[in-house]
Design a protein around this ligand. Structure first.
Ligand code: ADE
Length: 243
């Protein structure tokens, strides 16, 4: 009789090995960035498009979501937008908490990245342009004793003597205005978070902070965005258990 030719099974596409731990691969990433100046270079770099649908967030809020695919990741970048009364970026812990909460509820990310600029302490070795990956964060203006953190967060760009004592007690190398708020919400909702902070000014240096901050913002933002890109490249294809 006629023989049936044996057909080799089609080779299956190369697959990354299964994830250990809880078996999840990083797929959806949520980047929270407070300032437009910090956000736009990343929007361009990852070719993200602005969400014009308007159904993600409550009506009337200034929050802006950009999204797109990059390698194996669904990237969402959320910027809290400009304050409708003052016309400035909505920096600080209140906006950071709200947009983080609303974005996590709507997007169910596997991981949050809070990226931004920060003041650095030269006594701890920080220099302008350095980019820090902080794993521990704390608030410094709540007057509640809490465990030490490397990144200290408060709602002021300047530093009162009381803040300074709390920041020292936090053993912080850098100081920002959103990290601990994002960390708080990430903890509430059990989403892992990474903090990428680039130093624009030396808090314990000679120069006035607002001037030094504005002088270095653009150049340091380039270093920040490079670091965020490296983090994103590192994350693509990784399992949560590998981080
Ligand atoms: N972001 C950039 N510089 C900062 C500083 N000195 N304090 C808080 N946030 C900052």
């Amino acid at each position: 009789g006629s023989s049936i030719p044996e057909v080799a099974p089609a080779p299956s596409p190369a697959k990354a090995p299964a994830c250990g731990g809880d078996g999840r691969r990083v797929s959806t990433v949520l980047i929270i960035i407070a300032m437009q100046t910090e956000a736009l270079p990343l929007v361009n770099k990852f070719q993200l498009s602005e969400d014009t649908d308007g159904s993600l967030f409550p009506k009337g809020v200034p929050w802006v979501r950009y999204h797109g695919k990059y390698k194996e990741l669904d990237i969402n970048l959320v910027w809290p937008g400009k304050d409708s009364v003052l016309g400035v970026d909505s920096v600080g812990t209140v906006s950071a908490s709200l947009v983080t909460y609303a974005s996590v509820q709507a997007l169910k990310p596997d991981l949050i990245i809070n990226a931004g600029t920060a003041g650095g302490f030269k006594a701890k070795g920080a220099c302008v342009g350095d980019v820090y990956l902080a794993s521990d964060v704390a608030f410094h203006d709540r007057r509640i004793p809490i465990p030490v953190g490397k990144l200290s967060t408060g709602d002021s760009l300047d530093m009162s003597p009381q803040d300074e004592a709390a920041i020292l007690a936090n053993d912080a190398t850098i100081k920002d205005m959103e990290g601990a708020a994002v960390s708080y919400v990430a903890g509430l909702l059990s989403v892992p978070a990474i903090f990428v902070k680039a130093v624009t000014d030396i808090v314990d240096g000679e120069k006035p902070t607002p001037e030094e901050f504005l002088q270095n913002l653009i150049a340091v933002t380039a270093a920040l965005d490079q670091a965020v890109s490296q983090v994103i490249d590192f994350l693509s294809g990784k399992c949560l258990s590998e981080l």
